[in-house]
Ligand binder design. Structure first.
Ligand code: UT7
Length: 313
């Protein structure tokens, strides 16, 4: 079984920072409520000049600089997103142009909402297994600020914009175990594209919360067992950053200390497909993980979708 090696990472968040107090001037909410219920303090919103392509390109540029690889050795570029600047062309094609990547590669977007980065890892590994090229680029990038109903206080306070990128290659000496799934649903979380809709994100918050606290621990238990490991052998958990209370509940059910769970929700809010990618990039920068560490990445969200992998760092 050939595993995935994270060769390098990068991330980008817009400079425009929106605090809880800023939101309290727009909807009836407070720093206290948002902090207590979600753990969020700030999120980043794109300025008018920024968008999905510019953020995804910025994150990828950092990852590629750090990887120091020959760009002609990249065979695929996948962007996980539900908030591209265009329906067509894909964000991936425009990132390819921005970065001056070679023509001989496939580029496309993948929409699995907050599980997008996880579905992306599974997809990219499949692409690498049949590719003649050594590397693949996977990006999670979202501009959710443009899809928020700013009068829906239960939803608009949660989301932010950002992008994270990873350069990946296959590695004989590293493992890869995954569990992915979907149970079609357009009621819990949706963003309707039809002309007669508002095209904004809608969410049944409480129900989504219940789904997450029930599903994510089961998912992690399943993937860790499938990898032939026990929970104590996992060095680091990187969960989709949707709510600090969800992550705390997962840690409790798994009987694992909170310091194994990376959390940056206070800085970015929920960035959907970008959240695990940004967290991975921050972990990389921090040096908190060392080569060979066993890490679990887990996501869940609209679709309904879910996915988790065990990787060797
Ligand atoms: O990435 C996709 C996955 N998304 C998620 O995982 C999100 C999951 N859901 C959640 O994180 C939580 O359900 C929320 C943070 C969205 C809401 O927290 P909650 O503890 O479930 O609150 P609630 O919806 O039960 O609302 C409790 C009260 C209500 O008032 P009443 O009816 O008790 O008077 C709401 O109207 O809080 C009110 N409320 C707010 N108050 C101040 C809802 N939103 C706000 C707000 N500020 N922003």
């Amino acid at each position: 079984m050939r595993g995935l090696h994270i060769v390098a990472t990068g991330h980008y968040a817009p400079k425009r920072v929106i605090t809880n107090d800023d939101l309290s001037k727009i909807v009836e909410t407070s720093d206290e409520w948002i902090t207590e219920r979600t753990g969020m303090k700030r999120r980043h919103y794109c300025t008018e000049e920024e968008g999905n392509v510019s953020m995804a390109s910025a994150a990828a540029r950092i990852a590629l600089d750090r990887a120091g690889i020959d760009l002609s050795e990249i065979g695929s570029l996948v962007v996980a997103t539900f908030s591209g600047d265009y329906f067509v062309p894909s964000t991936a094609c425009l990132v390819q142009r921005e970065l001056g990547l070679p023509d001989e590669m496939i580029c496309y977007d993948l929409n699995a909402a907050c599980s997008g980065f996880l579905f992306g890892l599974e997809t990219v590994r499949g692409l690498l297994l049949q590719s003649e090229k050594r590397y693949a680029l996977l990006i999670g990038s979202e501009v959710i600020s443009r899809k928020l109903n700013m009068s829906d206080r239960g939803t608009c306070i949660l989301f932010g914009d950002g992008a994270g990128a990873v350069v990946l290659e296959l590695d004989e000496n590293r493992g890869y175990t995954s569990v992915m799934g979907c149970r079609g649903d357009d009621r819990l979380i949706y963003c309707n594209a039809s002309e007669d809709s508002d095209k904004k994100v809608h969410m049944e918050g409480q129900e989504t919360y219940k789904f997450a606290v029930m599903k994510v621990p089961k998912l992690i238990k399943e993937v860790v067992a499938k990898a032939g490991l026990n929970m104590d052998q996992i060095d680091r958990f990187v969960c989709h950053q949707a709510n600090a209370r969800i992550i705390e509940s997962v840690a409790k059910v798994l009987k694992q200390p909170m310091d194994k769970f990376y959390m940056n929700i206070q800085e970015y809010g929920n960035t959907s497909a970008a959240s695990v990618a940004i967290a991975l990039s921050e972990l990389w920068e921090s040096g908190m993980c060392k080569e060979g560490d066993k890490i679990v990445l887990a996501g869940f969200g609209a679709g309904k979708t879910w996915g988790a992998v065990v990787l060797d760092y």
